[in-house]
Design a protein around this ligand. Structure first.
Ligand SMILES: [Zn+2]
Length: 285
């Protein structure tokens, strides 16, 4: 059983005031993480898992149930977006690609997915985050798939997708990919999303839910924010979804630039699926 935990980061830089200010384009990283050089052992393990260890850093993710997980965040410096828990590193074997692109692992058909908007102390979603979550869930229920999404707002981690406020000043979020037929459970929404409007919250949360259901980035081969190629991430995979454009580079002709799963956002998003996003979800589920 592959127990690799992968987090795709989708964090916009706070207020577009730092590294992305020039193009007014946000990125999908957590800018506040401190850079720590990996041990040789971990570099080798990450490379063996098919992820580029260059510029990888250590990071601890805190969950609202009080637990936390230390892992390795890999990717281009400043744009790290693949998280591998240390305790799962040895079990990893890298898998696959999504155009719209998907991971190798998907959620089982026909599931009812209990989404929780977390309201507990220290991790509570703000009003705009809650509205964005409600709208995102509505979007997933509106399309024709075998999945059903329920939504409750509570201080519990008993659910299939727990969406919570991870605090900090950055905007964006991160999610885990599916495993064992279940969606990625914890979706972290960065504190700076409190300052984004409802549509942008709908966009970011819907995007993270997309990762939790197995979507890779539509522009994974050349990201909008930094031009980097996320690659197939080894066993995670980047598998083209039939019926959607094959273009996977930002700026490339035919790229579905309106996809919810574009790697970065600029604060003008409407939060809605593109036509190809819907085709992709309806094909997968
Ligand atoms: Zn993303």
């Amino acid at each position: 059983m592959k127990k690799i935990k992968v987090l795709a980061l989708c964090a916009i830089v706070a207020g577009f005031a730092t590294s992305c200010q020039k193009d007014d384009i946000a990125n999908e990283t957590a800018p506040e993480v401190a850079s720590v050089e990996l041990s040789k052992e971990h570099q080798l393990a990450v490379a063996a898992a098919g992820v580029n260890p260059f510029d990888a850093i250590y990071k601890t993710v805190n969950y609202p149930d009080g637990t936390s997980k230390k892992g390795i965040l890999a990717g281009t410096k400043g744009f790290q977006d693949i998280f591998i828990a240390l305790d799962d590193l040895a079990n990893q074997a890298l898998n696959g690609d999504l155009k719209q692109y998907r991971t190798n692992a998907l959620v089982s058909q026909g599931r009812t997915i209990r989404v929780v908007g977390y309201t507990g102390n220290g991790f509570a979603l703000t009003s705009r985050m809650r509205t964005g979550l409600q709208w995102a869930v509505n979007n997933y229920n509106r399309i024709n798939t075998s999945l059903t999404f329920t939504l409750s707002f509570a201080a519990t981690t008993n659910g299939d997708m727990i969406v919570y406020n991870a605090g900090g000043s950055g905007a964006g979020g991160q999610a885990e990919f599916p495993s064992g037929g279940r969606p990625g459970k914890f979706i972290q929404i960065l504190g700076g999303m409190a300052n984004q409007n409802n549509n942008v919250n709908e966009h970011v949360i819907g995007h993270e839910m997309g990762h939790a259901l197995g979507f890779r980035h539509t522009d994974y081969a050349q990201r909008r924010c930094d031009g980097s190629n996320e690659g197939t991430a080894g066993s995670i995979g980047a598998v083209h979804i039939p019926g959607t454009p094959t273009a996977n580079r930002w700026g490339q002709a035919g790229l579905d630039s309106g996809s919810l799963m574009i790697s970065c956002f600029d604060g003008s998003e409407d939060g809605e699926f593109s036509a190809a996003d819907i085709r992709a979800l309806e094909f997968l589920y």
